[in-house]
Design a protein around this ligand. Structure first.
Ligand code: HEM
Length: 441
């Protein structure tokens, strides 16, 4: 049986500076040289396969998903800071809790949350200072965090606690990036106390969430928010989630739900600033809408062109730019052997720009996603992943992003002094900077 081209450990060592600085160009170069999948050797432990083959990606995430699991990158490295909720667990533990969390994100349930989400967005957007160029990334980050916070704890007055939680979440993310980028220094991070410091921060966040949840348990009030939904979820034997699990699931929703959304929104605002004609089309769509803004769900569903622009943004800049899995059984794909314990890095970023599947792949062209074109991209477009572990918050995120863009474009014209949008691939794909100017219409 033929095997994939293998890049040796020596070659990796020689190129390590380039790989650390710009991992995505390293992937691109090798895809161009060796085809849509290649292997790298990093010592004896885990062989690594990197792929941009969409059929292979579906094979791993969907068709043969039982032979693959989340890798220790998420279930160990990330989990130590955010706990063992549905993002960071595998097997029966994951299946049981996914079944309990998922109903909270059904469209019918989200309908009840839309008012809360819109108020949170409008509140944060008051911080826009017109006619001044400023970095909008912190604003989008706070907006996405507050949207999750308000959707979970709708009526609680917990701004200070949420600020603490946000600062802890973001500080722990930065530590994790350090650990992943410099795995050879992990021993030093343990020795110099940085990992301990961050684990203590995690404990602090857990105590904070414990107190908020306890207060809710003791109140008689019905809130119809995400926390109520999680409190009402039951295991098959009828028992509720233990407090520790509940805290982990809440932490996961904050972590999975805020950075991804703020990155996508930031990229989208940059793209709109660089494409005033597309911005105007969104504005025209908003003017044409014939639904009362109070029926928020219908309002959002009518903003089809805005939705297309978000879809196209996440094609060019998917926040979840690489999905990782580890094989837990021997497998093969297209006659190529995949041994047990192989780490698979599925490059969503490269599939979304693959010249065989996209016409003018580098062009921002929201018309690709126009339903009138009747093109089905589900085999080559994975911004929310695929298969049973697909993002549980995908509808939530889409509604939130459509509402945010609508609120901004209704009021402002957006411009940027930036020549070129530059990316920063960390745990998620971020823009390097987001300098924008908002001028009132
Ligand atoms: C633009 C916004 C978002 C993007 C691009 C995104 C992307 C993704 C991707 C690619 C995965 C799959 C990861 C994998 O298979 O390894 C995922 C999983 C997940 N996402 Fe999202 N996400 C977004 C927003 C949200 C929001 C708003 C929430 C919740 C409030 C959320 C909660 C989750 C959870 C809990 C999982 C784990 C699901 C599981 O493993 O069963 N995400 N997301």
């Amino acid at each position: 049986m033929k095997s994939l081209h293998t890049i040796s450990q020596l070659q990796i060592l020689i190129n390590r500076k380039q790989i650390l600085k710009d991992p995505l160009s390293f992937h691109r170069e090798n895809f161009e040289k060796y085809g849509d999948s290649f292997r790298i050797r990093l010592g004896r432990k885990h062989p690594v396969i990197i792929t941009r083959n969409p059929v292979f990606i579906k094979h791993v995430l969907q068709k043969q998903h039982k032979k693959y699991q989340k890798s220790p990158i998420q279930t160990v490295d990330l989990a130590k800071y955010i706990g063992y909720g549905i993002l960071t667990s595998n097997g029966e533990h994951w299946r049981t809790h996914r079944r309990m969390v998922q109903p909270a994100f059904h469209k019918e349930k989200l309908k009840n949350l839309m008012g809360t989400i819109r108020v949170a967005i409008q509140f944060e957007l008051q911080r826009i200072a017109p006619n001044k160029t400023h970095d909008v990334f912190p604003l989008m980050r706070d907006l996405a965090f507050q949207v999750v916070a308000k959707s979970l704890f709708s009526s609680a007055d917990i701004r200070t606690q949420m600020e603490q939680l946000q600062s802890i979440t973001e500080s722990n993310q930065q530590m994790l990036v350090k650990e992943m980028r410099q795995p050879y220094l992990k021993w030093w991070f343990y020795l110099n106390g940085s990992i301990k410091k961050h684990l203590n921060l995690t404990k602090k966040a857990q105590i904070l969430l414990h107190e908020i949840i306890e207060e809710r348990r003791n109140s008689e009030q019905e809130n119809d928010d995400l926390l109520d939904m999680l409190l009402q979820a039951r295991y098959e034997d009828g028992s509720p989630m233990p407090q520790k699990q509940l805290i982990d699931e809440v932490m996961i929703l904050f972590t999975a739900g805020h950075e991804t959304t703020s990155n996508a929104l930031s990229f989208m605002l940059l793209l709109l600033a660089k494409h005033p004609d597309i911005q105007e089309r969104i504005h025209q769509e908003l003017n044409k809408i014939n639904v009362s803004v109070d029926d928020i769900m219908q309002y959002v569903l009518q903003l089809q062109y805005t939705k297309q622009c978000i879809e196209e943004t996440m094609r060019l800049y998917p926040p979840g730019f690489i999905i990782d899995r580890i094989s837990i059984a021997h497998d093969e794909f297209n006659g190529k052997k995949i041994s047990k314990n192989t780490l698979l890095l599925l490059s969503v970023y490269e599939v979304h720009k693959h010249p065989d599947f996209w016409e003018s792949p580098e062009k921002f062209n929201p018309n690709r996603f126009d339903a009138k074109n009747k093109k089905d991209y589900s085999d080559q477009y994975f911004p929310f992943g695929a298969g049973p572990r697909m993002c549980v918050g995908n509808n939530f995120a889409m509604f939130e992003m459509i509402l945010t863009i609508a609120e901004i474009v209704k009021k402002y014209r957006i411009t940027t002094p930036l020549e070129k949008i530059e990316i920063n691939p960390l745990i998620t794909l971020k823009p390097k900077e987001v300098p924008l100017t908002f001028t009132e219409r």
